[in-house]
Design a protein around this ligand. Structure first.
Ligand code: MTE
Ligand code: MO
Length: 196
């Protein structure tokens, strides 16, 4: 994993909180997770169903475009590839959009990424974390409880949708929330791809 600070970043030991809009209040009754887009049949998972999927523990570095980087946070979650197993994708799927809540709109936030980059243990929907200064604890409401995405370190952290609500499978690379506002589609911190 190695501690390599991407260009223009500084290291922080705390985990800052950044988002637009309201903090989502989890309600298990109304919460679900949708797998849709270029799938043969859509799948909707309840909270209990998603939490019963195989778990992965993985240590990931986070790089925020606002220039902080936090190394070596260990997360417990469900690998994105476990969710992909639940749907029959059309063969032309190349990219996904990971959706989350924004001011009460469950699809109000989104972030786009190539599906091929998200097959490892470092592409996780997380609900628990720890680091050298913190014991295991639930992801707090402000960090995305009950479930939030943590992208591989090869993406800036805005690709890490909080309060996730679903994945759309696409055959084109469609800009998400920040990408529509001029941020990079590919967003690689090591290439300093902040804006498009
Ligand atoms: N639903 C949602 N997810 C979001 C955001 C948001 O506004 N809404 N902001 C993103 C941005 S810009 C960043 S940098 C990270 C910050 O995550 P953190 O607050 O846990 O550090 O969340 C991302 N996920
Ligand atoms: Mo951000």
């Amino acid at each position: 994993m190695g501690k390599v600070l991407p260009p223009g970043q500084f290291e922080t030991e705390t985990w800052p909180i950044l988002h637009q809009g309201d903090v989502y209040q989890f309600d298990e009754e109304s919460w679900n997770f949708r797998l849709f887009g270029r799938v043969k049949e859509e799948v909707t998972l309840t909270y209990a169903e998603i939490m019963s999927l195989p778990k992965t523990v993985s240590t990931v570095d986070m790089h925020c475009v606002t220039t902080w980087s936090k190394f070596d946070t260990t997360f417990e979650g469900i690998a994105l590839r476990e969710l992909v197993k639940l749907v029959d994708l059309h063969e032309d799927v190349s990219h996904i959009q990971i959706y989350g809540y924004y001011d009460g709109d469950r699809f109000g936030y989104s972030a786009n990424m190539p599906l091929a980059d998200l097959q490892g243990n470092d592409a996780l929907f997380v609900y628990r974390w720890k680091d050298t200064n913190h014991d295991w604890q639930d992801i707090s409401q402000k960090h995305g409880y009950p479930l939030r995405f943590i992208p591989p370190a090869s993406f800036y952290l805005w690709k890490g949708t909080k309060w996730v609500s679903g994945i759309r499978f696409m055959n084109v690379n469609v800009a998400g929330f920040w990408e529509q506002l001029g941020y990079s589609m590919s967003a690689n911190p090591f290439k300093e791809e902040r804006y498009s």
